[in-house]
Design a protein around this ligand. Structure first.
Ligand code: F6R
Length: 613
């Protein structure tokens, strides 16, 4: 949440900052701003998207070779011009951009006001600039870097910070605790960002700052230290993502591009890991811990949002294919209970971004209690992927649309591969069963491609009929119950239509009261073993005049006959079904949102990477 960029070098900083902020806009888009040094600190900021900032900067024409920028997702203080970042100290000489939450900001603010400081904004961030200036100007023999360290000692909470002082016009100071920051190393130029997307165009050499670290960055040098001033030698990583992967490639929205990328992203996720010739699955990332996984008493899976839905699919998979008991937890709830987890248990965290604050906290909690901690992440180098004992990357490529699509299918593919590998190694799945599953799994990319090609038009038509429906109900059973939840989440987050996902049979225990001739009910009727039961549930909806939209396997005349609209998809193994059934639901929510004129890639109030708790 919130995106930070920084640049120091010989190029025009505003261009690089604006471009970087556009790439980070998925992290927040309430307001945006930059601070530059041009014979003193110059700040341009305001409510609205980065494009508004870009216009204002063009009109101003300020030139500079050093600057920091920010795109905001409001936590403290409403989104307006004053609360936009950068925030300045009282003298206007120090500028700060911040991602995270300063938890003791009220106490610190009160103390600073008592000592005579005047505040402009309602944000927690402004106290960093003010406190820093107070320490710097009133403590004898303390240089600016030391003042930052002293200020950070007083701050409780989380931060990714980039700081400039007009008295040290050649450098940017950055610090991290709980909110990601990367340093990109170029030729006589340096880049700072919350993730790799603003950097990849210029350099593929990056350093990931860890919690409790800070860096002093000039155009041709960087010094990384702990906040306590111990110098560090950090590993320089090579970025594997390409520029193409973070651009729209002719699609009107990232979400649509990412939906259509799924045949490739699913294939990439399986590449080198499944072998249809040998009937084997090898996940290199968990190879060293496979024995512990085989002997685990149970697996607890913790995640948030869409990743939590894939965790629910994981529960069915591990229990069916590997006979391992699984519990699925909302990461935010897990950490605030007194969870009974410890040695012999495995906590598996799932996160596209690898930065979700609650998921990270759950991981740390379980680790502290002695559990082995595994991760399924998309972003290489993310905090979660670095703090887990072992894990598997989804390799879906950068997901930029705020609504998660290809990350979900890739997470499910990883869970399938893990469950199959575990099932085989535990002796639960025979070689012939493995051969069958692997053969079918390798067909999934082409089946997804088929669905995209053959259902897109019908879904667009259907979307136009339901664009203004005020409510939707999604029903599924077994493996497709989590898909019902996911379909409802996709719709509500990008089109702002109220939608609920429910286990189909559970509908009778309450939600059936909502059904009338106005209610679209999306039924996901594409598994064999629940088909008869699902038909009964559809009958129950129909008897109450609900408008049935079904996602069904090819050739299911009973479901087809009961449905007002149906989308036929190819059959697959029941346990792979979510990989296919979710695709029409992603498209349906996308087209409804577009018809309603919603900002699909940047829905209101949301941000892609939820780094606050
Ligand atoms: C929904 C969505 C969110 C995320 C959730 C977890 O489309 O994108 O619900 O799934 O914020 O994010 P990660 O997976 O990055 O931990």
């Amino acid at each position: 949440m919130c995106g930070i960029v920084g640049y120091v070098g010989d190029r025009e900083a505003t261009e690089i900052l604006v471009k970087g902020l556009k790439r980070l806009e998925y992290r927040g888009y309430d307001s945006a701003g930059v601070a530059l040094i041009n014979h003193g600190l110059v700040v341009q900021k305001g409510k609205g998207k980065v494009i508004a900032l870009e216009k204002a900067l063009k009109a101003d024409g300020v030139k500079s070779n050093i600057g920091i920028g920010h795109t905001r997702w409001a936590t403290h203080g409403e989104p307006n011009d004053v609360n936009s970042h950068p925030h300045l100290s009282e003298s206007g000489k120090i500028a700060v951009v911040h991602n995270g939450i300063i938890e003791n900001y009220n106490t610190l603010k009160k103390q600073l006001i008592e000592r005579g400081r005047t505040f402009q904004s309602q944000t927690d961030t402004e106290i960093v600039a003010q406190l820093l200036e107070e320490i710097y100007t009133t403590s004898k023999g303390v240089n600016f870097e030391q003042a930052i360290r002293l200020a950070l000692k007083q701050i409780v909470g989380t931060y990714g910070l980039a700081i400039m002082n007009e008295e040290t016009p050649d450098r940017i100071f950055i610090a991290r605790k709980g909110s990601p920051l990367l340093l990109g190393i170029g030729e006589d130029e340096m880049f700072i960002a919350s993730d790799a997307s603003p950097i990849v165009e210029y350099t593929n050499k990056v350093i990931y700052l860890d919690d409790g670290e800070m860096a002093i960055v000039t155009r041709d040098s960087y010094k990384v230290k702990t906040i306590d001033d111990y110098p560090l030698t950090k590993e320089v990583h090579e970025l594997a993502i390409s520029l193409d992967a973070i651009e729209k490639a002719g699609y009107p929205h990232f979400m649509l591009k990412e939906i259509f990328e799924q045949p490739r992203s699913i294939a990439d996720c399986m590449r080198g890991r499944i072998n249809p010739d040998t009937g084997k699955i090898v996940l290199g990332g968990i190879e060293d811990v496979i024995d512990e996984l085989i002997h685990a008493k149970r697996i607890v899976i913790a995640a948030c949002g869409t990743s939590w839905h894939s965790a629910l699919v994981g529960e069915y998979l591990f229990e069916q294919l590997a006979k391992t008991p699984v519990e699925v937890e909302y990461a935010s709830e897990f950490r605030y209970r007194d969870p009974l987890i410890g040695k012999g248990d495995v906590l598996l965290v799932i996160s596209q971004s690898g930065e979700t604050a609650d998921t990270l906290a759950a991981l740390r909690e379980a680790k502290a209690r002695g559990a082995m901690v595994l991760g399924i992440c998309n972003v290489v180098g993310s905090t979660i992927s670095r703090e887990t004992d072992a894990g598997v990357f989804t390799h879906a490529g950068p997901e930029i649309g705020v609504a998660s699509t290809k990350a979900f299918t890739a997470q499910v593919v990883v869970l399938i591969m893990m469950a199959l590998e575990l099932g085989q190694r535990k002796g639960i799945l025979s070689q012939s069963e493995m051969n069958k599953y692997i053969k079918e799994l390798s067909k999934i990319p082409s089946k997804v491609e088929y669905i995209l090609e053959h259902t897109d038009e019908a879904i667009q038509k259907m979307a136009s009929l339901f664009t203004y429906a005020p409510n939707f109900l999604y029903l599924g059973r077994s493996y497709n119950f989590p898909v019902a939840l996911e379909g409802a989440l996709k719709l509500k987050e990008i089109s702002y239509i109220h939608a609920e996902g429910y286990p189909a049979a559970e509908m009778k225990h309450g939600p059936i009261a909502l059904i009338d001739e106005m209610m679209p009910v999306v039924v996901i009727a594409a598994t064999d073993h629940t088909n008869d039961k699902m038909i009964s549930n559809i009958e129950e909806v129909k008897a109450r005049k609900g408008r049935i939209i079904s996602i069904m396997n090819d050739d299911n005349p009973e479901v087809e006959q009961l449905s007002e609209f149906h989308i036929s998809i190819p059959t697959t193994a029941d346990c792979f079904s979510p990989l296919l059934t979710v695709i029409p639901l992603q498209l349906l929510s996308y087209y409804i949102a577009v018809n309603r004129g919603c900002h699909v890639d940047q829905p209101r109030n949301l941000a892609k990477s939820v780094t606050v708790e």
